[in-house]
Design a protein around this ligand. Structure first.
Ligand code: GDP
Ligand code: MG
Length: 432
C-alpha cells in the first residue's frame, strides 16, 4: 500500500492535518496537492500546536520529505513566513526535507485585491478567506500566471510575464474605482498595482525560497519504484469541490480524490488507499447550503466544546449534526477505502445526538444529494450520546454508546473506520 491519500469529506477542517501527520509516521514523502494559504491544518504533537497553511502537515517530522505539489498555489510571503516560523519553533525546514514544485503557481499581491473586488461585485458572497487563492487559480486558467520556475528566469522575461499578468487586474480596478466614486459600492478603493511592485515581491522572497524549488517528478518516480510510502495531503474538502460540491459556494480547485491525485502528480491507479476524514458532526466556514445546521444552543455548545473557530481566519464556524447522506455521496466519486472520524470526544458531550440519514425533498424522502441541496430538510435518527473518552486509547475501551456511533457510521457509509480522534493531540488517536 505505497501511495495513500487523505482528503476531507465535509466542508473542510475535519482534522486532515492531524490524520496526515499520523499517517506520515511510516512515510518517506508527504505531498500537499491542492489549495493555497486558505487552508489551515492543525497538528498537535509533542505537546505543541502547529498550524500549517501551505507547508505539508508532515513538516514536523524531519525524516519525511514534505513537498508542495504542482496543484497548489503559493503566496510567497506566507510561504517564507511559515518556513521562518517553523524554524523558530525548532522545526527543520531544509532542502533535505522540503521541496516546492517548480510548477506550483504563485499568488501575487494583486490576487488578494482581486479577491476583494470579486466579493464586492457578487450579490451572493462566497465568503472567501480573501487570500487570493481563487483568483490565482483563475489566472492560472487564463494562462497568464507565473510559476515558481519563473522566479529564476531572465529579469526582462520575468518582467514581461508580470506585466501581462497584471493587465486584466488594472483594467478591472479602473472601472471598479469609478463605480466606488459614483457611490455604487461603499468599499475602499482598489490600488493600481505596478510591474515594479510585483517584481519586487518576487525578488524579496526569491532567495529564501530558491533552495527548495525543484522538479518533483524524478523524486516521485524514484519513491514509487522503491515502493516507499507516499501520502497525498488534500486541502479543503469534497463539498467545496468546484465540479462536485456546492457550486458556486465552492473553492476553485478539485479537492475530491481525483483532483487531489492530479494536484500531486500521481495517477489514480497508484493510489491504494483513500482515507476520507470527517468530524463526528459538521462544521462549515463561509456561505452555502448546510442541511443539518444548528443555529441554536446545541450549535453554540458544540462550537465551544470543539473550539470551532477558523485556523486561517479566526471566524466562528457554522455547526450542525453529522450528515451521512452527504458523506455517502462522496464514497464512489472519491473511491474511498476508509474513514477517519475526529471529535468523537466533542460530540459525546451531548446526551442525545441526531444523525442525518435522509432528506425530505419536494415532498419525498430521498437518500441522495440533489443539485439544490439547500432545498432539503434533514431526516434524523437519534443516537445515544453522553460519553467520556478521556484517557481512552483503544476502541475496546470506548463506552458502548461511542462504539455504536462509530458502527452506525460504518454501516451507513459501507466502509471501515480506520482512525478515531478523541482529542486534538496525536496521542489521542484510536486505531480501530
Ligand atoms: P484540517 O483543515 O482538516 O486540517 O482541520 P483543522 O486543523 O482546520 O481543524 C480541526 C481542528 O480540530 C483543529 O483545531 C484540531 O486541533 C482539532 N481536532 C482534530 N481532531 C480532533 C479531535 O478528535 N478532538 C478534538 N477535540 N479536536 C480535534
Ligand atoms: Mg482547516
Amino acid at each position: 500500500m505505497a501511495v495513500k491519500m487523505i482528503i476531507g469529506l465535509q466542508y473542510g477542517d475535519e482534522g486532515k492535518g492531524r490524520a496526515v501527520h499520523y499517517e506520515a509516521k511510516n512515510a518517506s514523502i508527504v505531498i500537499r496537492a491542492t489549495g493555497g494559504s486558505n487552508a489551515g491544518h492543525t497538528v498537535v504533537a509533542n505537546g505543541k500546536k502547529y498550524a500549517m497553511h501551505l507547508l505539508p502537515s508532515a513538516i514536523i517530522r524531519p525524516e519525511v520529505l514534505s513537498i508542495i505539489g504542482p496543484g497548489v498555489v503559493a503566496d510567497l510571503e506566507i510561504l517564507a513566513q511559515e518556513i521562518q516560523q517553523m524554524r523558530e519553533a525548532n522545526i527543520k525546514v531544509e532542502r533535505q526535507n522540503f521541496i516546492v514544485s517548480e510548477r506550483t503557481h504563485i499568488t501575487f499581491p494583486h490576487h488578494k485585491q482581486l479577491d476583494r473586488l470579486y466579493e464586492m461585485l457578487k450579490a451572493n458572497k462566497v465568503g472567501t478567506t480573501g487570500r487570493g487563492v481563487g483568483t490565482t487559480y483563475e489566472e492560472k486558467a487564463r494562462r497568464t500566471n507565473l510559476r515558481m520556475h519563473d522566479l529564476f528566469i531572465e529579469p526582462s522575461e520575468l518582467k514581461s510575464k508580470i506585466q501581462e499578468n497584471l493587465k486584466v487586474y488594472n483594467v478591472l480596478v479602473a472601472e471598479a474605482n469609478k463605480q466606488i466614486e459614483q457611490g455604487i459600492y461603499t468599499e475602499e478603493k482598489f490600488p493600481i498595482i505596478t510591474l515594479e511592485e510585483e517584481y519586487e515581491y518576487c525578488m524579496k522572497y526569491k532567495e529564501s525560497i530558491k533552495e527548495f524549488v525543484a522538479d518533483i517528478y524524478p523524486i516521485l518516480d524514484k519513491a514509487i519504484q522503491k515502493d516507499e510510502v507516499i501520502i497525498i495531503e488534500g486541502a479543503q474538502s469534497f463539498w467545496l469541490d468546484n465540479d462536485h460540491g456546492d457550486y458556486p459556494m465552492t473553492t476553485s480547485s478539485n479537492p475530491n480524490a481525483s483532483g487531489t491525485a492530479s494536484g500531486a502528480g500521481i495517477g489514480p491507479t497508484l493510489v491504494k488507499e483513500v482515507i476520507g476524514v470527517i468530524k463526528a458532526y459538521t462544521s462549515r466556514v463561509g456561505n452555502g447550503p448546510f442541511v443539518t445546521e444548528q443555529e441554536n444552543e446545541i450549535g453554540d455548545c458544540i462550537r465551544n466544546w470543539g473550539h470551532e473557530y477558523g485556523t486561517t481566519t479566526g471566524r466562528p464556524r457554522r455547526i450542525g449534526f453529522l450528515d451521512l447522506v452527504m458523506i455517502k455521496h462522496t464514497k464512489n466519486i472519491s473511491g474511498l477505502t476508509s474513514l477517519c472520524i475526529n471529535h468523537l470526544d466533542t460530540i459525546g458531550k451531548l446526551d442525545k445526538i441526531n444523525v442525518c440519514i435522509g432528506y425530505k425533498y419536494k415532498g419525498k424522502e430521498i437518500k441522495h444529494v440533489p443539485i439544490d441541496k439547500q432545498n432539503c430538510q434533514p431526516i434524523y435518527q437519534q443516537l445515544k450520546g453522553g460519553w467520556n473518552t478521556e484517557g481512552i486509547t483503544s476502541f475496546e475501551e470506548l463506552p458502548k454508546e461511542a462504539q455504536e456511533y462509530i458502527y452506525f457510521i460504518e454501516k451507513y457509509i459501507g466502509i471501515p473506520v480506520k482512525y478515531i480522534g478523541v482529542g486534538a493531540d496525536e496521542k489521542q488517536t484510536i486505531i480501530k
